[in-house]
Ligand binder design. Structure first.
Ligand SMILES: [Zn+2]
Length: 156
Protein backbone atom coordinates (compact mmCIF):
# COMPACT_ATOMS: atom_id res chain seq x y z
CA UNK A 1 0.00 0.00 0.00
CA UNK A 2 1.15 3.55 -0.83
CA UNK A 3 0.26 6.54 1.26
CA UNK A 4 0.76 10.26 1.36
CA UNK A 5 1.75 10.93 4.92
CA UNK A 6 0.55 14.27 6.22
CA UNK A 7 3.45 16.33 7.61
CA UNK A 8 1.08 18.04 9.99
CA UNK A 9 -0.69 15.17 11.70
CA UNK A 10 0.92 12.01 10.32
CA UNK A 11 -2.29 10.67 8.85
CA UNK A 12 -1.82 8.23 5.98
CA UNK A 13 -3.83 9.61 3.09
CA UNK A 14 -4.59 7.96 -0.21
CA UNK A 15 -1.96 9.07 -2.77
CA UNK A 16 -4.53 10.87 -4.92
CA UNK A 17 -5.47 13.31 -2.14
CA UNK A 18 -4.07 16.85 -2.01
CA UNK A 19 -5.65 17.86 1.26
CA UNK A 20 -5.19 15.76 4.39
CA UNK A 21 -8.43 13.96 5.11
CA UNK A 22 -7.87 14.34 8.81
CA UNK A 23 -6.52 17.84 9.41
CA UNK A 24 -7.11 19.48 6.00
CA UNK A 25 -3.43 20.43 5.66
CA UNK A 26 -1.93 20.76 2.17
CA UNK A 27 -0.37 17.42 1.29
CA UNK A 28 0.27 18.11 -2.39
CA UNK A 29 4.02 17.96 -1.75
CA UNK A 30 3.89 15.30 0.94
CA UNK A 31 6.15 12.26 0.58
CA UNK A 32 4.60 9.11 -0.73
CA UNK A 33 5.60 6.15 1.35
CA UNK A 34 5.12 2.53 0.60
CA UNK A 35 4.15 0.36 3.49
CA UNK A 36 5.20 -3.25 3.48
CA UNK A 37 2.64 -5.98 3.29
CA UNK A 38 1.62 -7.50 6.57
CA UNK A 39 3.14 -10.86 5.63
CA UNK A 40 6.49 -9.23 4.88
CA UNK A 41 6.52 -7.50 8.23
CA UNK A 42 5.68 -10.71 10.01
CA UNK A 43 8.52 -12.49 8.23
CA UNK A 44 11.02 -9.86 9.35
CA UNK A 45 9.80 -10.08 12.91
CA UNK A 46 10.23 -13.83 13.00
CA UNK A 47 13.74 -13.48 11.56
CA UNK A 48 14.61 -11.16 14.39
CA UNK A 49 13.42 -13.58 17.02
CA UNK A 50 15.45 -16.42 15.47
CA UNK A 51 18.50 -14.16 15.72
CA UNK A 52 17.71 -13.46 19.35
CA UNK A 53 17.36 -17.15 20.10
CA UNK A 54 20.67 -17.76 18.39
CA UNK A 55 22.36 -15.12 20.54
CA UNK A 56 20.92 -16.71 23.67
CA UNK A 57 22.18 -20.14 22.73
CA UNK A 58 25.68 -18.77 22.07
CA UNK A 59 25.69 -17.28 25.54
CA UNK A 60 24.51 -20.56 27.03
CA UNK A 61 27.27 -22.47 25.28
CA UNK A 62 29.88 -20.41 27.15
CA UNK A 63 29.74 -22.97 29.88
CA UNK A 64 31.63 -26.09 30.78
CA UNK A 65 30.50 -28.68 33.25
CA UNK A 66 32.87 -30.57 35.51
CA UNK A 67 30.94 -33.74 36.07
CA UNK A 68 31.77 -35.77 39.14
CA UNK A 69 29.88 -38.97 39.84
CA UNK A 70 28.07 -37.25 42.74
CA UNK A 71 27.80 -33.63 41.63
CA UNK A 72 28.50 -31.18 38.82
CA UNK A 73 30.26 -27.83 38.85
CA UNK A 74 29.25 -25.31 36.22
CA UNK A 75 32.24 -23.34 35.01
CA UNK A 76 32.07 -20.10 33.09
CA UNK A 77 35.00 -18.54 31.22
CA UNK A 78 37.54 -17.14 33.70
CA UNK A 79 36.23 -19.12 36.67
CA UNK A 80 38.64 -20.30 39.34
CA UNK A 81 37.76 -23.64 40.89
CA UNK A 82 38.88 -24.62 44.38
CA UNK A 83 38.01 -25.20 48.01
CA UNK A 84 37.50 -21.45 48.49
CA UNK A 85 36.39 -20.72 44.93
CA UNK A 86 33.90 -22.07 42.39
CA UNK A 87 32.48 -25.41 43.54
CA UNK A 88 33.51 -24.84 47.17
CA UNK A 89 30.24 -26.30 48.42
CA UNK A 90 31.48 -29.67 47.12
CA UNK A 91 35.25 -29.23 47.13
CA UNK A 92 35.46 -28.21 50.79
CA UNK A 93 35.22 -31.95 51.57
CA UNK A 94 38.42 -32.66 49.60
CA UNK A 95 41.43 -31.43 51.60
CA UNK A 96 43.85 -32.28 48.78
CA UNK A 97 42.20 -29.64 46.60
CA UNK A 98 43.80 -26.22 47.02
CA UNK A 99 41.80 -23.18 48.04
CA UNK A 100 42.29 -21.77 44.56
CA UNK A 101 43.22 -24.71 42.44
CA UNK A 102 42.68 -24.24 38.71
CA UNK A 103 41.41 -21.62 36.32
CA UNK A 104 39.28 -22.27 33.25
CA UNK A 105 39.42 -20.07 30.17
CA UNK A 106 37.52 -19.89 26.95
CA UNK A 107 39.44 -18.78 23.90
CA UNK A 108 38.49 -18.57 20.25
CA UNK A 109 39.50 -22.20 19.67
CA UNK A 110 37.99 -23.64 22.83
CA UNK A 111 38.51 -24.22 26.52
CA UNK A 112 41.73 -24.23 28.51
CA UNK A 113 42.65 -25.11 32.06
CA UNK A 114 45.58 -23.75 34.02
CA UNK A 115 46.86 -24.94 37.38
CA UNK A 116 47.18 -22.11 39.91
CA UNK A 117 50.24 -23.47 41.73
CA UNK A 118 48.05 -25.90 43.59
CA UNK A 119 49.75 -28.12 46.15
CA UNK A 120 48.66 -31.40 44.60
CA UNK A 121 48.38 -30.45 40.98
CA UNK A 122 45.83 -30.47 38.19
CA UNK A 123 45.73 -33.38 35.78
CA UNK A 124 44.31 -33.52 32.28
CA UNK A 125 43.79 -37.11 31.13
CA UNK A 126 46.16 -38.40 33.84
CA UNK A 127 48.95 -36.00 32.92
CA UNK A 128 49.91 -33.35 35.45
CA UNK A 129 49.71 -30.01 33.67
CA UNK A 130 52.44 -27.41 33.98
CA UNK A 131 51.02 -24.82 31.63
CA UNK A 132 47.73 -23.71 30.17
CA UNK A 133 46.28 -26.83 28.58
CA UNK A 134 43.52 -27.22 26.03
CA UNK A 135 40.59 -29.32 27.14
CA UNK A 136 38.01 -31.08 25.05
CA UNK A 137 34.63 -32.56 25.64
CA UNK A 138 35.01 -35.89 27.45
CA UNK A 139 38.46 -35.15 28.91
CA UNK A 140 39.13 -36.20 32.48
CA UNK A 141 40.30 -33.38 34.74
CA UNK A 142 41.62 -34.15 38.20
CA UNK A 143 42.09 -31.62 40.96
CA UNK A 144 44.75 -33.50 42.93
CA UNK A 145 44.68 -37.25 42.44
CA UNK A 146 41.68 -37.61 44.78
CA UNK A 147 38.95 -36.13 42.66
CA UNK A 148 38.20 -36.59 38.99
CA UNK A 149 35.75 -34.86 36.68
CA UNK A 150 34.57 -35.53 33.20
CA UNK A 151 34.48 -32.41 31.04
CA UNK A 152 31.14 -31.73 29.40
CA UNK A 153 31.13 -28.86 26.97
CA UNK A 154 27.57 -28.09 26.03
CA UNK A 155 27.07 -27.43 22.37
CA UNK A 156 23.88 -26.07 20.92
ZN1 LIG B 1 -3.12 15.93 8.46
Amino acid sequence: MKYKVCRNCGYKNPVEEFICLKCMADISTADIVEEKQATETKYEESNLSIEDEYKTSVELSEKLILKHEKFSIEVFPGDVVGRHAKGKQYLKNYPTVSRIHAKFYKEADGWYVEDLNSTNGTYANDKRITKKTKIENGDIIKLSLSIAFKVVIEKH
